[in-house]
Design a protein around this ligand. Structure first.
Ligand SMILES: NC(=O)c1ccc[n+]([C@@H]2O[C@H](COP(=O)([O-])OP(=O)(O)OC[C@H]3O[C@@H](n4cnc5c(N)ncnc54)[C@H](OP(=O)(O)O)[C@@H]3O)[C@@H](O)[C@H]2O)c1
Length: 207
């Protein structure tokens, strides 16, 4: 069981929160609109609570479920309140035409988040390649990236509690390519697949 805090009250916060509660975890919801946070915590039911925006989250794992351009400013605003936390970034920084990244350099929102977070926090990229409905109803593989092995292990344990398979793609610099994979999923949704009801997964040959 993990203690999770979710910063954000939108679709992904609701979906991850519901799966987290179903998996026996506790969930604290934090929103810049306190009434939205309270409504979401109520909807998530037993095991969910409401936290106060900007204060130290109760959870050991803090999932930042915000639109990408809010992620770094909000983490900077939380500042030392995030000391020692495992921070999970799920964002997709799409360009305006959804066929590229919003940032030009070979960086990622997760790496920029790590620069804004306290040195004692660890950042893990996860969940960004999975469309919301698939995360709600399916059993998609969850690709993760991060530099701290202990932080990744705790996020992997959380993902396994959701009855999903975590797959480690490497260090935090791989978050750039996971964000690129997010762009690929949108391309597939708009072209080859034609809908949002799928997720990228890996196929292994039998050993
Ligand atoms: N939806 C998907 O299928 C999906 C899949 C994978 C990854 N993601 C990623 O998950 C993240 C959340 O997506 P979502 O679908 O949950 O979006 P959403 O439903 O639009 O919710 C966005 C949340 O971010 C908050 N927010 C936005 N800008 C903010 C800012 N500057 N400061 C503070 N809070 C801010 C909103 O708060 P208010 O309600 O107060 O405006 C809301 O709680 C995004 O980065 C997205 O790329 C989404």
């Amino acid at each position: 069981m993990s203690n999770i805090s979710i910063i954000g009250t939108g679709n992904m916060a609701r979906t991850i929160g519901a799966r987290a509660i179903a998996g026996g975890n506790t969930v604290e919801v934090m929103g810049r609109d306190q009434s939205k946070a309270a409504d979401l915590a109520k909807a998530l039911g037993e095991g969910a609570t409401t936290g106060e925006w900007g204060t130290a989250p109760a959870g050991d794992i803090v999932i930042v479920a915000l639109l990408y351009d809010g992620v770094v400013p909000v983490v900077a605003q939380y500042g030392d309140a995030l000391a020692g936390k495992v921070i999970v970034d799920i964002s997709n920084p799409f360009n305006p035409t959804f066929d590229g990244l919003a940032h030009r350099e070979e960086t990622s929102i997760a790496q920029e988040l790590a620069k804004a977070a306290p040195a004692s926090a660890s950042v893990v990229k996860a969940f960004n390649t999975i469309f919301r409905r698939v995360l709600e109803e399916g059993r998609p593989d969850v690709f993760i990236a991060g530099d701290n092995a202990q932080a990744k292990a705790s996020v992997e344990a959380f993902i396994e509690s959701l009855e999903l398979r975590p797959l480690d793609v490497g260090g935090l610099k791989m978050a750039h390519w996971l964000e690129g994979a997010g762009v690929v999923t949108v391309g597939l949704a708009n072209h080859g697949v034609g809908n949002l009801d799928f997720a990228l997964s890996i196929t292994e040959l039998p050993v």
